[in-house]
Write a protein that binds this ligand. Structure first.
Ligand code: IFC
Length: 705
C-alpha cells in the first residue's frame, strides 16, 4: 500500500542478517531519444537498521545506482564492473516498526541526473549490499523547453543541454507578417525553462500586434512601416480600399507633396489671391494682394507673377522675363511685388498666382488674379556711351544714342560742362555764367540759384523761389533767371488765344544744333505801359525758376526786340478742362488718376518752393502730346477754342469762387492749404471729365454752400 493506501507492486530485498550481499536489479534497454541528460526519479522504502534487532554489523541503509550506455540492446552480457556508478542512495526517512505495524509505507523520492549521454540507449542498474528495500517506481525522463512564442517570435520545442549548467541557444522565427528587429533568441536551461529572451520581431507595415500575432489593418486604416505602432486612421482627404494598407492614397483632386510624410493630410493647390491692389508710379508698379480664401490645407503658400505687355496694335507679349521684379517674380513669400522699368504709357496685365508644394501635381491650371495697369510718363533712361569727335582747341563734337527707354518722345538733351581747375576738381558752371547774363544751367537746380541783391551776389535761401517784385528793375532781373532768345530764331505760325496784354501764338524755334522745337509764345502788344512790361517780365522771372516735369517749362524771353515775348514749351493738347470735355468717358479711372498724380507732383514742387498758385483749376493745366499735365497760369488770358463758360468771372474781388478755399474768399488768406482746396476741385473736374464745379449754381450759392 502506498501512502494513500493504494496497493502497489514493488521490487524488494531484505537480507539484513546475512553478510556480503550483492544483489542486482537491471532495467531493460532504454532508447535515449535525443536526450543529452536524463533524470531518474526513484521511489522506495528503506528500513531503519535500528528498528530490527540482531542485524547490527550486517544491516545496510543505502543502495547504489548505475548506468551503462550502448547503441543497442545487448541482453544480459554486461558485466557488473562495466556499469558506471551514478550515486549511493540513502533514505531521507526510514520507516520504523510503528509504521510497519499499520502496514503503511513511507515512500522516499530521490532524483539523480546523468549526462552527457552519447549512445543510442542505456541500461540502469541497482545494487543492494544488505539493506531492506522496496523499490516501488523508477521514472526515467529528460527535460525540454516547450515551444513558445515570445516577442512575436516562435521558439520551437528543444531538448535541454548535456549537463546541469548548460544552456541551449534557440533562434526564434518571426510570426507571419512580422520581421526581425534584433535577431530573436532565447536560452533553454537544463531545467527546461526558457531564459533571457533577446531581440524581437515587429509587425510589418500594414499589420499590428494582437496577442503574439500580427493582424492586418482594417479598411480605412494604415500602417506605413514595420514597428510596434498600431494602425492609424487614414488622414483627412485620403482613404484605403483594402485591409493591410501601408499608405492611404489621396482622394481625387487631393495630393501629397514629395516630402510630405504618409501621415500628412492630403491637400490641394490654393485658390487665386484676392483683393489685388496696384499702385502705378511712372513706369513702376507696386502690386499687393491678400491670401487666397482657400489655402488648400497647407501653410507653404508662395506667389508668382506673370506679366503681359499689351500694345494698342498687335497681340500681347509675355514680359515676365524683362521687367525688374523686386524681390523676384516667383517664389514670393510676401503678398507684394514691385515691378520696375516698365515701358511708359503702356498697358500691362499681371497675373498673380498662389502656389504650394502640390500645385505642380494638379493637372488643372492654377487660377490667377489678373490686374491691368497703364504706366505713366517717366523720365527717359540714362544716356549711355557718349562718343567724342573732332576735339580742337575750343570746340568738341559729342555724339550719343537715344536712351534705351525714351519713355515717350525725347524733347531735348541738356549738356552740362564744367571747367576743370585741377585733376578731380570742378568749378561750378554757375560761377562762370553770372557774367553770361543767362544760362540754362540756372534752371537746373534751385540749390545752385544765385540771389542778386543790392548789387551784391549772394547765395539765396535755396529752397524758395524769388519774387521778382522785390527787385528794382524787373527788366534787368529777368535775365538773371530767363535766357534771352533772338527774335530771328522764332517763326510765329498761328494765333491760339488772346492774352491780357497781347496774343498767345504757336510757333517754331530754331536753336543751333537742334531740331526745330514747337513753342508757345505770349506777346506784349505795342503801347504797353511801364507797369504792364514790368508785370509781363515778372511772370517770366517767376516761371524761369521752375524746373519740374509737371510745371510748364519756360524756354526764354525776347526783350531786345519788339514785340516782347515769353516763350514756353508747346502743349499740344491745350488746357485740361477742354481736353477732358473733348474726350468725355474715354479714359480709365487709372488714367484719370494718373493725370491728377502729375498735377499733384507739380503743385507739390511749387509749394515746396513757397510758391502759392492762387488759381489752380483745370483751365490752368496744360496737356502735352504724351498726356502729361503741367501746371500753368493764364491769368485773364483765354485760349480761343475754350468754352467761354469755363472762364471764371472777375466780378468784384476777381476770385474764382468755385475753386477758391473759404478763408481765401472771406479774407484773402491764400496759402498752399488753399491751393490744396483748389486741387480738390480739380480732382472733381477731372473725374467728371470737365464738368463745371457745382454745375449751374451761382457764385453766391456756391459761397453759401
Ligand atoms: C502773373 C504770373 C503768371 N505770375 C506767374 N504766372 C505764371 C504763369 C505762373 C505759372 C506757374 F503756374 F507755372 F507757376 C505759369 C504761367 C504760365 O503758364 N505762363 C505762360 C504760359 C506764359 C506764356 C506762355 C506762352 C504760356 N504758354 C501757353 O500759353 C501755352 C499754350 C499751349 N502751350 O503753351
Amino acid at each position: 500500500m502506498d501512502e494513500y493506501f493504494s496497493p502497489i507492486h514493488t521490487y524488494q530485498v531484505c537480507n539484513v542478517m546475512s553478510p556480503s550481499q550483492n544483489n542486482w536489479l537491471r532495467t531493460s534497454w532504454i532508447p535515449r531519444e535525443g536526450a543529452r541528460r536524463i533524470y531518474i526519479e526513484l521511489k522506495f522504502t528503506l528500513r531503519d537498521c535500528n528498528s530490527m534487532p540482531g542485524v547490527l554489523g550486517t544491516c545496510k541503509e543505502t543502495f547504489n545506482m548505475y548506468y551503462y550506455e550502448s547503441d543497442r540492446d545487448v541482453g544480459s552480457s554486461i558485466r557488473e564492473n562495466q556499469f558506471i556508478k551514478i550515486d549511493t542512495i540513502a533514505a531521507d526517512e526510514s520507516f520504523t516498526g510503528v509504521d510497519l505495524g499499520v502496514r503503511r509505507l513511507k515512500l522516499n523520492t530521490e532524483v539523480r541526473g546523468v549526462g552527457p549521454l552519447n549512445r543510442r540507449g542505456f541500461y540502469l542498474a541497482f545494487q543492494d549490499i544488505g539493506a531492506c528495500i522496496a523499490l516501488t517506481s523508477v521514472r526515467v525522463y529528460y527535460k525540454h523547453c516547450v515551444g513558445v512564442s515570445r516577442n512575436l517570435a516562435v521558439f520551437t520545442d528543444v531538448v535541454t543541454g548535456a549537463d546541469s549548467s548548460s544552456l541551449v541557444e534557440v533562434r526564434g522565427q518571426c510570426v507571419d507578417h512580422a520581421e526581425e528587429r534584433d535577431t530573436p533568441k532565447m536560452y533553454c536551461s537544463a531545467e527546461g525553462e526558457w531564459l533571457v529572451p533577446i531581440g524581437r520581431c515587429v509587425c510589418s507595415a500594414g499589420f499590428e500586434e494582437h496577442r503574439e500575432s500580427c493582424e492586418p489593418c482594417e479598411v480605412g486604416f494604415y500602417k506605413p512601416a514595420a514597428g510596434d505602432g498600431v494602425c492609424g486612421k487614414c488622414p483627412q482627404h485620403s482613404h484605403s480600399e483594402t485591409r493591410a494598407a501601408v499608405s492611404c492614397p489621396c482622394d481625387s483632386n487631393y495630393y501629397r507633396a514629395a516630402d510630405d510624410p504618409p501621415a500628412a493630410v492630403c491637400s490641394r493647390p490654393p485658390s487665386a489671391p484676392v483683393n489685388v491692389i496696384s499702385s502705378v508710379n511712372g513706369t513702376s508698379v507696386v502690386l499687393e494682394w491678400d491670401r487666397p480664401l482657400d489655402t488648400g490645407g497647407r501653410s507653404d503658400l508662395q506667389y508668382g507673377v506673370l506679366c503681359q505687355k499689351c500694345s494698342v496694335e498687335g497681340p500681347c507679349e509675355d514680359c515676365t522675363a524683362s521687367p525688374g521684379f523686386i524681390p523676384r517674380h516667383t517664389g514670393l513669400m510676401e503678398p507684394r511685388v514691385t515691378v520696375l522699368n516698365l515701358v511708359a504709357h503702356t498697358n500691362y496685365s499681371f497675373c498673380i498666382l498662389a502656389t504650394n508644394a502640390v500645385t505642380h501635381l494638379s493637372n488643372e491650371a492654377s487660377p490667377c488674379a489678373i490686374v491691368n495697369i497703364t504706366t505713366n510718363q517717366a523720365a527717359p533712361s540714362e544716356v549711355l556711351a557718349i562718343r567724342q569727335e573732332n576735339t580742337s582747341q575750343n570746340s568738341v563734337i559729342l555724339l550719343w544714342h537715344e536712351p534705351n527707354q525714351p519713355n515717350g518722345v525725347i524733347l531735348e538733351y541738356d549738356v552740362k560742362y564744367y571747367e576743370k581747375i585741377q585733376e578731380g576738381n570742378y568749378k561750378s558752371d554757375n560761377m562762370y555764367c553770372i557774367h553770361c547774363g543767362y544760362s540754362k544751367a540756372f534752371q537746373d537746380s534751385d540749390e545752385e540759384k544765385m540771389h542778386y541783391q543790392n548789387g551784391h551776389v549772394s547765395f539765396p535761401d535755396a529752397r524758395f523761389y524769388i519774387d521778382p517784385h522785390t527787385y528794382e528793375d524787373p527788366c534787368q532781373t529777368v535775365h538773371e533767371f530767363a535766357r534771352e532768345i533772338e527774335a530771328s530764331r522764332i517763326k510765329i505760325e498761328k494765333i491760339i488765344g488772346s492774352g491780357e496784354f497781347g496774343e498767345v501764338c504757336y510757333g517754331r524755334m530754331r536753336l543751333p544744333g537742334k531740331r526745330d522745337a514747337a513753342v508757345a509764345l505770349k506777346t506784349l502788344k505795342a503801347g504797353y505801359t511801364e507797369k504792364q512790361k514790368k508785370d509781363f517780365l515778372a511772370e517770366a522771372s517767376i516761371m524761369a525758376q521752375f524746373d519740374h516735369p509737371n510745371v510748364i517749362h519756360l524756354e526764354g524771353v525776347v526783350t531786345r526786340s519788339k514785340p516782347v515775348m515769353i516763350i514756353t514749351e508747346y502743349m499740344e493738347n491745350g488746357s485740361l478742362d477742354a481736353f477732358l470735355r473733348r474726350h468725355d468717358g474715354q479714359f480709365t479711372i487709372i488714367q484719370l488718376v494718373g493725370l491728377l498724380r502729375g498735377i499733384a507732383a507739380g503743385m507739390t514742387y511749387l509749394s515746396d518752393l513757397g510758391y502759392i498758385h492762387r488759381d489752380l483749376a483745370a483751365r490752368n493745366i496744360l496737356v502735352n502730346s504724351n498726356f502729361v499735365c503741367k501746371v500753368s497760369d493764364f491769368g485773364l488770358s483765354r485760349v480761343l477754342e475754350d468754352d467761354p463758360d469755363a472762364a471764371y468771372t472777375t466780378s468784384g474781388g476777381k476770385i474764382p469762387i468755385r475753386w477758391t478755399a473759404p478763408e481765401a474768399i472771406a479774407y484773402r488768406k491764400f496759402s498752399s492749404a488753399s491751393d490744396v482746396w483748389s486741387y480738390g476741385i480739380v480732382m472733381w473736374e477731372v473725374m467728371s471729365y470737365g464738368e463745371r464745379p457745382y454745375w449751374n449754381l451761382t457764385n453766391r450759392d456756391v459761397s453759401m454752400v
